[in-house]
Write a protein that binds this ligand. Structure first.
Ligand code: C2E
Ligand code: MG
Ligand code: MG
Length: 721
């Protein structure tokens, strides 16, 4: 309200005066309004979340807000309305905010100032902050600039871009195919590997499709044979809803296997991965096969065979369904390996396995290689044990036929032991053990044959094992001694020499026959040192005998095989001083089997030293007369079984024939086991050169050889003939 004047004017107020007053009032009111508006504008500018500066046509600043000053760290005492834009730039350079010179910044800005179009651009400050500047020309020829610090926004954007780039790279380089579905089961991500795996074009699987649609397509194209797409999609949907991972392996129509896994994600929806596991599956199958089969023959291995045996054993208890276990072992396989080499040995094993398989009923019988040249067969459903015998005979016949190995024909024998469940055992261990015992018997009784398990075999083997244990320390404990049995010349009646026969005086068992312990010593690899002891001892004793009497020493076939015989003989002769021609080595026909070259070579070496060779027990073994021609023998010892049956006309004829043949070959003949004077006379008549037996003298310790006068004389003079 206007204040009233105490003295009213005297002049009458005209209309003009009143108009003037009204105008004045209007102006005053307008000024007030403008001020209020201005104040509101300044307040609005100040509270803006962006920086703002306004310039007039002369590029002088009209107004700016605090945020503008803060962004550019401008000094409010310098930057005031009226300051030139260029001076602001210079000030920002002076305080080190700008990253370029004021002139460069100004030149850049001029483009926008000169144009009347709005523009937005970015400026990077010296400290790395990024400022977005929005430039708007004003009607008066000036402009308004709005400034925003977008540093953080740009950093987040950059990080997001980087993350997306990495995600893309990961997706593109995954060995697995990947599909990602949103909460509505619609496809949102798909990598190229997925298309590769299913050999799809990108148009077949597109963003927005549902999994059921994709499955439907796979099924319609025949890629997933026999798949119910709807049902499968329902199963997956239910699993995802329950928060469970759902994994399956799918066989494609082209034979490949794809491992598919669906995993729910926290934000809803799920990720499906697809991996081609064909090779892994094949490798797994191969490894599984290898774990269950023998690599060389592809027969089952011991583990699988045992499982089959266990199943059969369970069935026999339940249903009384008898079966047989055959333990199969090749005869003298080692000599094939040693003479023809391991590759030939392997080829032979393969060929044997093939024939073995051919003899079985594929659907029921099971065959396995248990190691080396050991095989085993399970023959279920037999009606009588003889069914197993028939199979064994067929195996022996089939495997015994020549095998063609690398253009060479190789023959191998096979020995088989049979145990029949339930009578020979009701568990795998017992049956295998009993089949082995029967096999052992088959081996001992001539090989290339089969034997059924018999209860007493077990006891035999156990006692043999105990014998072996006792035999091991016998040499060191000095439990061996030699007995000597005289050999008489049937022409002169004189004693030509003695055969050394080994005796084992076991403290536990008493005197053990060599027939019992020599085979055990051979098997247990003890014959080498024992044989050497016999040779050394016999040669030393005989060296002291009068009248150049000879000593005959028995040599085991195993001593031949280790190739050390010549060396051992040489060392015995050298250390005893015995003249080599006083030593006779008695070998049996088994020594001649197998590696004939090594045998012939050893015999030649021994002969060249002057040592004599006798073929012992002639007539009991293979009795191949061809041996007599092939190997250089000095003496042939006719087995005592012939002497015993000498009254038999045929036996006498055989002895006569042997003596005749030997005579023609320049070989002397000694008859063993002569117990009666009648036998001796008959043998003499048949042409035998020497006799040995209880009639002339039983084996005796050395001291007894010269004990009484009669014996002493007999060494020097002829005994009664
Ligand atoms: P062999 O070499 O044929 O020895 C002859 C066997 O016949 C001896 O049995 C002997 O005692 C026995 N004998 C001798 N005259 C008669 C007789 O008139 N009637 C009967 N019924 N038997 C007679 P022994 O001593 O039990 O030896 C058995 C076999 O053991 C020997 O048969 C020989 O093959 C082997 N042997 C003995 N000593 C050794 C040795 O030092 N080394 C090797 N490797 N084997 C040996
Ligand atoms: Mg002998
Ligand atoms: Mg003999």
């Amino acid at each position: 309200m206007r204040a009233k004047s105490p003295n009213p004017p005297t002049r009458i107020r005209t209309k003009v005066d009143r108009d003037c007053d009204r105008q004045e009032e209007a102006l005053r009111q307008g000024g007030n309004e403008l001020r209020a508006q201005n104040e509101r504008f300044v307040a609005a500018v100040e509270t803006m979340s962006h920086g703002l500066a306004m310039f007039d046509a002369d590029e002088r600043m009209i107004i700016c807000n605090r945020y503008y000053l803060q962004i550019f760290r401008l000094d409010p005492d310098v930057i005031k309305p009226g300051v030139f834009f260029l001076d602001i730039l210079r000030h920002s350079v002076d305080i080190g905010v700008a990253s370029q010179s004021a002139e460069e910044l100004y030149a850049y800005r001029q483009e926008f100032i000169g144009s009347c179009r709005p523009a937005t651009y970015e400026e990077v400050l010296a400290d790395g902050r990024v400022i977005t500047i929005t430039h708007r020309p004003t009607a008066e020829g000036g402009w308004v600039s709005v400034y925003e610090d977008v540093t953080e926004k740009r950093r987040v954007e950059q990080a997001l871009i980087e993350q997306i780039r990495r995600f893309d790279a990961a997706l593109g380089n995954m060995s697995q195919g990947l599909l990602m579905f949103d909460a509505d089961a619609r496809l949102i991500v798909r990598n190229d590997r997925f298309l590769d795996i299913y050999r799809f074009g990108p148009e077949l699987v597109t963003i927005g499709q549902t999994y059921a649609e994709i499955l439907g397509r796979l099924s319609a194209l025949g890629i997933y044979p026999g798949l119910d797409a709807e049902r499968e999609a329902r199963i997956i949907g239910a699993a995802m809803e329950a928060g469970r991972t759902y994994s399956v392996q799918r066989e494609l129509s082209d034979g490949r296997t794809i491992a598919v896994s669906h995993r729910p994600v926290a934000s809803g929806g799920w990720v499906s991965t697809f991996e081609d596991v064909t090779e892994r599956r094949q490798a797994e199958t191969r490894i599984l096969h290898m774990a269950h089969h023998d690599g060389l023959t592809d027969l089952s291995n011991r583990v699988v065979f045992r499982e089959r045996l266990e199943q059969a054993a369970a069935a026999v208890q339940r249903d009384n369904y008898p079966f047989a276990v055959l333990s199969v072992d090749l005869d003298r396989f080692k000599s094939v390996n040693d003479t023809l080499g391991h590759p030939a040995g392997d080829a032979l094993l393969k060929s044997v396995a093939e024939r073995l398989r051919g003899c079985l009923r594929a659907s029921t019988d099971a065959a396995a290689r248990l190691g080396g040249d050991e095989f085993a067969i399970l023959q279920p459903g037999i009606s009588t044990p003889q069914d197993a015998g028939t199979l064994a005979a067929r195996l022996i016949e089939t495997i015994g036929r020549p095998h063609e190995l690398d253009g060479r024909q190789v023959t191998v024998g096979v020995s088989i032991g049979i145990a029949v469940a339930p009578m020979d055992g009701d568990n795998p261990d017992q049956l295998l053990k009993n089949a082995d015992l029967a096999l052992y018997r088959a081996k001992r009784e001539g090989r290339n044959t089969y034997r059924f398990f018999e209860a007493e075999m077990d006891a035999t083997v156990r006692s043999r094992r105990e014998l072996e244990i006792d035999l091991r320390g016998a040499l060191l404990r000095g439990e061996f001694e030699l007995h000597y049995q005289p050999i008489q010349d049937l022409g002169s009646g004189r004693i030509n020499g003695c055969e050394a026969l080994l005796r084992w005086c076991c403290p536990k068992r008493g005197l053990v026959s060599p027939a019992d312990f020599i085979p055990v010593a051979e098997e247990a690899n003890l014959i080498g040192p024992i044989g050497q002891w016999v040779l050394d001892h016999a040669c030393t004793v005989a060296a002291g005998w009068p009248d150049r009497k000879r000593i005959a020493v028995n040599v085991s076939a195993v001593q031949f095989q280790n190739g050390l015989l010549s060396q051992n003989v040489l060392s015995a002769i050298a250390s005893s001083g015995l003249s080599p021609d006083r030593l006779i080595l008695e070998i049996t026909e088994t020594s001649l089997l197998g590696e004939s070259e090594l045998v012939a070579h050893t015999l030649m070496q021994l002969r060249s030293m002057g040592v004599r060779i006798a073929l012992d027990d002639f007539g009991t073994g293979y009795s191949s007369l061809s041996y007599l021609k092939r190997f250089p023998f000095d003496t042939l010892k006719i087995d005592r079984s012939f002497v015993r049956d000498l009254d038999d006309v045929d036996t006498a004829a055989i002895v006569r024939a042997i003596v005749g043949l030997a005579g023609r070959l320049g070989i002397s003949v000694t008859a063993e086991g002569v117990e009666t004077a009648a036998q001796r006379s008959k043998l003499k008549r048949l042409g035998c050169n020497e006799a040995q037996g209880f009639l002339i003298g039983a084996p005796m310790p050395e001291a007894e050889l010269f004990q009484d006068r009669r014996r002493r004389r007999s060494w020097l003079k002829a005994l009664p003939k």
